[in-house]
Design a protein around this ligand. Structure first.
Ligand code: ZN
Length: 480
């Protein structure tokens, strides 16, 4: 029994050894496989794990790396993503690497956010000057956002305390405000624009007529009624006169403009003299108004009249009574009749001469041929008629006058400005200037240019006179 016991004790010891060895082996094996696992499991590294990006911007991969032992196997990483950068939200990107039996996964969260504020754009300035006691007229605005797009309709506009506050929120609550400052003041003085010249010259004995003015103001619409005109002109006294136009607007801004009027003697010499001549009148619409202007300007002119209507005879009478020259132009002014023969012209001349005589009592010997002495229209009716007539009328004691300046008012001038320019651009100081104009019906271009032409002449040292038998003759060359 004791032997057996001893024997079994030995066996027990033997078993223990075996078990210990087995455990050691197991532990070693486990350790070995654990180490193998650690070594052979791929490593996966992400740079910047979770990130926020602004909606509608491009996503830039921050990077990842994968290794096993020391070998770079990054190119074997599979990346899966449901990222949509156009839409706010959370998205996941999955990175997966497989190696042998090992499989490693990592994820990255991308939060697509809208942190950008909407933009408000104001039309006009952010600081606006507004006329006192008026309301600012909104110049407009717009708003846009990177996520919502056009937000103009959602802009709230509040006007208070001399400023306007514009505010708008985007879908994600980003709030933008912008202000426009209103400055209620008027520092701009009114504008006075004088009609006519600032420096005028008028002849002694003429009538001074203020050509007027225009007043405007940026704020004060009633400013025209506030103008104060001071100073006066005595046209019967040589001298320099000043008229002052002064106006102050509602806000107290003042403007003052002066006009100087020079009253001078009319010094008549032949050179530089302007002879205004009016053909084809009288007319009911124009002639009387021309006479009014000539009277006011104290100027004498010459009218080459035709037979219009006996109802207008009073105008020929007025021309004569007011000191102008009444010249003879034609009775019928019909080229086909007048130039049908030498005698036809002389008959026509005789008829208008008699008419003028019956109205004025004078025998006018100052004439102008229909179409002028250089006309070619007469060729259509009688060859050589002008060569004959220019000699014949002179023989009979007439003096015929053509012109050396034409207003072109019967030949295509399209405005009073054109008439004015046609005349003034051809005036010369070193000669006499005989100006062809017309006072036929409705010739408003000439009527409206006349005062400016006279003003120009006076301001530029010309004198005005009417044609008399002593006036040097201005004639064209004869063409028929
Ligand atoms: Zn004519």
């Amino acid at each position: 029994m004791v032997k057996l016991l001893i024997g079994s004790d030995k066996m027990l010891k033997q078993y223990k050894k075996i078990i210990i060895i087995a455990i050691i082996i197991l532990v070693v094996l486990a350790l070995a496989s654990f180490i193998t696992c650690i070594v052979l499991t791929p490593k996966l590294y992400l740079t910047d794990k979770d990130i926020d990006i602004e909606v509608n911007t491009e996503y830039k991969e921050p990077g990842y790396k994968s290794y096993v032992i020391n070998k770079d196997i990054t190119d074997k990483v599979k990346v899966k993503s449901n990222l949509n950068t156009d839409k706010v939200g959370n998205y996941t990107i999955t990175y997966e690497i497989k190696y042998l039996i090992f499989n490693v996964k990592k994820t990255r969260t991308i939060r697509v956010v809208d942190k950008e504020y909407p933009a408000i754009n104001l039309n006009g300035k952010e600081e606006v000057t507004v006329c006192p006691n008026t309301k600012y007229t909104e110049e407009g605005f717009s708003a846009s956002d990177n996520y919502d797009g056009d937000l103009t309709k959602k802009v709230e506009r509040i006007e208070k305390d001399n400023e306007i506050i514009y505010s708008v929120k985007d879908t994600f609550g980003n709030l933008t405000t912008k202000k426009r400052k209103l400055i209620y003041e008027d520092k701009e003085p009114p504008t006075i624009r004088l009609n006519g010249y600032n420096n005028m010259t008028i002849y002694l004995g003429s009538t001074f007529r203020d050509p007027g003015y225009e007043v405007t103001d940026n704020c004060d619409s009633n400013v025209a009624n506030k103008i104060d005109v001071s100073g006066s002109v005595n046209p019967n006294q040589i001298g320099v006169y000043v008229i002052t136009y002064k106006v102050t607007d509602d806000a107290g801004n003042t403007t003052e403009v002066k006009r100087t009027i020079n009253v001078i003697y009319q010094n008549i010499t032949h050179s530089g003299t302007i002879y205004l001549t009016f053909d084809d009148g009288p007319s009911s619409t124009i002639t009387g108004k021309i006479l009014d202007i000539l009277k006011e300007e104290n100027i004498k002119a010459t009218f080459f009249v035709i037979n219009k209507s006996d109802n207008l005879n009073y105008l020929i009478k007025r021309e004569y009574d007011e000191g102008h020259t009444v010249g003879l132009h034609s009775y019928s002014h019909n080229y086909a009749d007048v130039y049908s023969s030498n005698n036809a012209y002389l008959d026509d001349l005789n008829k208008i001469s008699k008419k003028v005589n019956s109205i004025t009592g004078i025998n006018s010997k100052i004439i102008r041929f229909p179409g002028g002495s250089s006309n070619t229209v007469s060729k259509n009716y009688t060859k050589g008629v002008m060569s004959y007539l220019t000699r014949e009328v002179t023989k009979q004691g007439y003096r015929y006058f053509d012109w050396n300046v034409s207003a072109e008012d019967a030949a295509g001038a399209k405005s009073s400005t054109e008439v004015y320019n046609n005349v003034i651009s051809n005036l010369r100081h070193n000669r006499i200037n005989v100006i062809l104009m017309h006072d036929f019906e409705n010739n408003y271009y000439t009527l409206n240019a006349l005062r400016k032409i006279i003003q120009y002449g006076k301001n530029n040292g010309y004198t005005f006179s009417n044609i008399t038998m002593n006036t040097p003759q201005i004639t064209h060359g004869v063409n028929n």
